[in-house]
Ligand binder design. Sequence first.
Ligand code: B1M
Length: 210
Amino acid sequence: MAKIDEVKEQVIIGKTKIVPGLVQEALNEGSAAKDILQAMIDGMKIVGDRFSAGEIYVPEMLIAAKAMSKGVEVLKPMLSAEASTSLGTCIIGTVEGDLHDIGKNLVNMMIGSAGFDMVDLGVDQAPNKFIEAIKNNKNVKLVACSALLTTTLPALKKTVDAIKETGLSGFKIIVGGAPVTQKFADEIGADGYAPDAGAAAEKAKSIIAA
Ligand code: B1M
């Protein structure tokens, strides 16, 4: 079995200690960092499907997530490059009620490498936490909100509404996460939407220049 396939298999079964070494071996074998990342994302899709089918439970999802996070750490230097100039500050977080952070962390890394100074609020962040961060940080140009559950889509809307209601300006709001669509982003009045971390970095740059 190719190392990249082993990475995927070991992520699925949550082998936190083994995955980083396998990721390094896959790199040594010549696999591209983005392909290894995609293999891990595909692995998480299988984990999600097994959860939906009742074959595994929350603890198994959690250890798979930990294993993937450890693998991403190895890839980080290859996926992100330090930009020399700052495009401003980006506040990023997962919305209230939502504990998923792997996708948000990838978006953080990619927007950061596009040239933004990142302020990561973490997961389960109420609208007022985003607002406080906008007020307390200098030169905020972008707010990036992630949601992974259909049940937290309303929290995404609540967050965008609350930020807009403050009347604060000078920044754009982008949203994303598996259940989020361009249509939903438009409906809730977000300035932008991106389907994945790479697209989020592109959107971040283009939207603040518009
Ligand atoms: Co949960 N979970 N989970 N989970 N989990 C999903 C999302 C689910 C699809 C699994 C399934 O049933 N098939 C399902 C949601 C169903 C739905 O809403 N329709 C689900 C469920 C139901 C739940 C619980 C409710 C389970 C329960 O308790 N009964 C519970 C909710 C807890 C909560 O949040 N309140 C729960 C809990 C958890 C864990 C904590 C155990 C763990 C998360 C740990 C962690 O994140 N540290 C977990 C995991 C691991 C998953 C799956 C298996 C993997 C998620 C992941 O990391 N994917 C997931 C199934 C799946 O996604 N296939 C599932 C890899 C990651 C790279 O992809 O996060 O989609 P993703 O990010 C992408 C894009 O979405 C996008 O870019 C990223 C990649 O480039 N993106 C953005 C993300 N944010 C963006 C922001 C942007 C732009 C793009 O701009 C700002």
